[in-house]
Ligand binder design. Structure first.
Ligand code: ADP
Ligand code: MG
Length: 240
């Protein structure tokens, strides 16, 4: 599981996370919603140790993420992360992109890495795109490639940061369908998202972020359709 315990994080004088606590069980899907600048991305970066924290603790699978002794590379192999912008290598084919990390980071043989990459590309519906260059694909396909690349590392957890926000509206559905599939397969996921329908239907719980704290946390349908905190109510009335 992922256990976030009273996490504080500042950039200079700006305190961005002001005591965030959240436990995500294995197999659980938690969506994080909230306004721009409320600290959602920063929390994800703290979970996979891209950013340090100033107070509190984050435990992933029993590993204290911010302990100096912790092997950050080992930790990150447990945590797949996909961002808003696709981040594939344009000079490599789709298959080469997906096989890269297993080869370099996990030191797999070429054959083994290719086999895993093919499987994960099929998993996200890109089984017919192995030899295509990513720039020749739609934004939705590129995001699914980014997901396949992360999955090829066989992570135990997936962190998604607004993976549909940069997409044309007609491409959002295919990426959300991929996330839904992973959720149904039991992947443990934290999804920062602006897609309220997705948050309501696919996640188990929803956390509403407001100015560096979780202002509301509850069962997904309840938070989205019947929020209790006036701040959540105000936010949802604006984004609907
Ligand atoms: P969100 O993802 O909810 O939009 P972020 O976590 O990206 O919010 O940012 C929260 C706040 O932290 C914002 O005010 C942002 O400007 C600030 N911030 C984020 N990253 C940095 C950084 N590396 N240096 C300084 N300020 C940052
Ligand atoms: Mg963000």
């Amino acid at each position: 599981m992922i256990s976030i315990q009273n996490v504080h994080k500042s950039f200079g004088d700006l305190e961005v996370l002001k005591g965030v606590s959240l436990d995500v069980d294995n197999g659980e899907v938690v969506s994080i919603i909230g306004g721009s600048g409320s600290g959602k991305s920063t929390l994800l970066y703290c979970i996979n140790a891209i950013e340090s924290i100033h107070k509190g603790k984050i435990i992933v699978d029993g590993i204290d993420v911010h302990n100096k002794e912790t092997n950050k590379d080992k930790l990150r192999q447990k945590l797949g992360m996909v961002f808003q912008q696709w981040n594939s290598f344009p000079h490599m084919t789709v298959l080469e992109n997906a096989a890269l990390a297993p080869r370099i980071v996990k030191k797999m043989s070429k054959e083994e890495a290719i086999e895993i990459a093919k499987k994960e590309l099929e998993h996200v519906g890109l089984g017919d795109k192995f030899d295509v260059y990513p720039t020749k694909m739609s934004g939705g396909q590129q995001q699914r490639l980014a997901i396949a690349r992360a999955l090829a590392m066989k992570p135990d957890y997936m962190l998604f940061d607004e993976v549909t926000s940069a997409l044309d509206p007609e491409l959002v559905g295919e990426v959300l369908d991929t996330l839904r599939l992973l959720a149904e397969e039991g992947m443990t996921m934290i999804c920062v998202t602006h897609e309220m329908g997705f948050a309501r239907d696919v996640s188990d719980r929803v956390a509403y972020f407001h100015e560096g704290v979780i202002a509301e946390l509850g069962e997904a349908r309840q938070v989205i359709t019947d929020p209790q905190n006036p701040l959540t109510q105000k936010f949802l009335s604006k984004v609907r």
